[in-house]
Design a protein around this ligand. Structure first.
Ligand code: ZN
Length: 278
C-alpha cells in the first residue's frame, strides 16, 4: 500500500488503520486521534478546567444555566479546543491533565501539563507555533498555553500519574481574630516536614470516595498581611486539598491551620504557583 499511495508506514504509531475483514471483504478505515501536549497557565479566577455541564438540566438548557447547558460560559478546555479543532479539522476533543485546580484558583508558574486529544482529525501536519499563538490571542489573557508538541497515546497515562507531583501553593488566610507572631511561628513549624491526614473534603464527597489520604508538606512559609490576615506558601505533595488544610473541614483534615491557632480560618484566595516535574 505504501507504494501505491506514496506514504510511509509507521506500524507502531499509525495515523490511519485500515481494517479488512477477510470473511466479508469489508474495509473499514479508522482515523486515529491526534494528541497535542503542552502546559497551560490560568491567569484569572472563575474558569473551570473542563466544560461543566449544568447540574440541573444536564446540558439540555434551562433558566439556571441561561439556556447554555453549562455552569460556566467558558473553560480552559474550551478555550484550547476551539482553535485546535479549527487547525486540525477534527470532530471532537477530550482534555487530559495532570490534576486540576479549583475554579476560583489561578494556575501560575510554568503552568499545568495537559494533553488535548483530537478525534478524527483531517489535518495532522499543523503549525503548532501558529496554533499556540491563536489559542493565546483568542483567550485574551485569561489562559495561556506553551510548549505545544505532538505525543503518542501512551503519554495520556503517564500524564495522569504526574498528578502526585510536588506543588507550590499560595493561599491568603483570614482569621476571625488578630493573631500573634508566636502563632504565625507555630503555623510555620507545624506545617513544615509533616504529614497531613485528610478525609475526602465535604465539598467533593459527592464525586469522590470517602477515605483518608495522607499528604506530605515539605515546607510552609507564612507572611503577615494584616492583624488577622496572612499569606501562606506551601510546598507539598500533589493532591493536598489546601482550602481544607486552612479550615480543617469540620475536623476531617488534621492538623489544620484553624486547629493550630484555635480560631476560625478562611482561605480568601488560592493560587497554584508551580508544579514541579521530575
Ligand atoms: Zn441548565
Amino acid at each position: 500500500m505504501s507504494e501505491s499511495t506514496g506514504k510511509t508506514v509507521d506500524y507502531r504509531k499509525p495515523e490511519l488503520t485500515v481494517i479488512v475483514n477477510p470473511f466479508t471483504g469489508r474495509v473499514r478505515v479508522q482515523v486515529n486521534p491526534l494528541y497535542i501536549m503542552g502546559r497551560y497557565r490560568k491567569m484569572v479566577r472563575g474558569i473551570p478546567q473542563s466544560k461543566w455541564i449544568c447540574t440541573k438540566c444536564r446540558g439540555r438548557g434551562c433558566p439556571k444555566c441561561n439556556w447554555t447547558g453549562k455552569m460556566y460560559p467558558e473553560s480552559v478546555e474550551e478555550l484550547i479546543a476551539g482553535p485546535v479543532l479549527r487547525f486540525t479539522q477534527g470532530e471532537d476533543t477530550s482534555f487530559h491533565s495532570a490534576g486540576r485546580e479549583d475554579v476560583d484558583a489561578r494556575m501560575l508558574g510554568d503552568g499545568r501539563p495537559f494533553i488535548i486529544e483530537v478525534k478524527k482529525p483531517k489535518r495532522r501536519r499543523i503549525d503548532l507555533t501558529a496554533l499556540e499563538e491563536a489559542i493565546n490571542e483568542e483567550a485574551e489573557g485569561k489562559i495561556e498555553v506553551s510548549g505545544l508538541h505532538l505525543v503518542g497515546k501512551d503519554m495520556v497515562r503517564r500524564l495522569k500519574r504526574m498528578e502526585g507531583a510536588e506543588k507550590i501553593y499560595r493561599v491568603i488566610v483570614e482569621f476571625e481574630r488578630a493573631i500573634s507572631d508566636g502563632e504565625i511561628d507555630r503555623i510555620k513549624r507545624t506545617f513544615t516536614n509533616t504529614k497531613i491526614a485528610q478525609r475526602t473534603p465535604l465539598r467533593v464527597l459527592h464525586r469522590r470516595a470517602d477515605r483518608v489520604r495522607e499528604k506530605y508538606i515539605y515546607e510552609t512559609d507564612v507572611k503577615r498581611l494584616a492583624q488577622n490576615r496572612v499569606e501562606m506558601r506551601i510546598r507539598c505533595q500533589g493532591g493536598l486539598y489546601v482550602k481544607e488544610l486552612v479550615t480543617g473541614d469540620e475536623g476531617r483534615t488534621r492538623p489544620s491551620v484553624s486547629e493550630v491557632v484555635k480560631a476560625k480560618a478562611t482561605p480568601l484566595e488560592l493560587d497554584v504557583l508551580d508544579i514541579i516535574m521530575e
